[in-house]
Design a binder for this molecule. Sequence first.
Ligand code: GAR
Length: 205
Amino acid sequence: MTTAKIAVLVSGGGTNLQALIDAQNNNIIKHGKIELVISNNSEAYALTRARENSIDTAIVKRGTEMDIEDQIIKLLDEYEIDLIVLAGFMCILTEKFTSRYPERIINVHPSLIPSFCGKGFYGLKVHEAALAYGVKVTGATVHFVNEVPDGGRIIMQKAVAVGAHDTPEMLQRRVMRQAEWKILPVACEKVCRDIVSKKKNELVK
Ligand code: GAR
């Protein structure tokens, strides 16, 4: 095995997915390949980005026979996925799901964890909270996902300055551009490289 198979879970615009696709095309991600993009929102622009790059897509829906997590597990099994990347995926995954994939799920969060994270902190809400608190520095974090929302081991962080006249939207964009789009691909490559070398070692044993 020379590359890890990646599934990216998305709900919205997919700028972080785009950063991963660009990193793959620019050889920043060398030990992984995005095989599948899964969304809980059929309108997500992230799906268009995937299709434009010839990446398979799948939509999971509530209110069907199987719950969302079981639908995702089935897809991950079908594609023999090694690493799950949450890139703006706006559903909290339960322990039933996370315990199946220890250190095989990573998430990008738009603050410096442990600030402004956990239940209820997602998307623009994170930046609204940072501005309301009056912090002068915020940033982004990539971390492993476990049963505690935003509570898994931190892989990488990057700080970003808060401007005196920032709106939540301005801050969100700066955090994405200066931090998220940079650290997510690098963290993803690091984890893929570790997965590949672990699998090679297992084969030698
Ligand atoms: C990103 O800022 C991501 O960090 C955040 O949602 C946005 C998705 O944007 N995720 C969370 O808040 C998860 N707790 P994108 O769809 O353009 O990548």
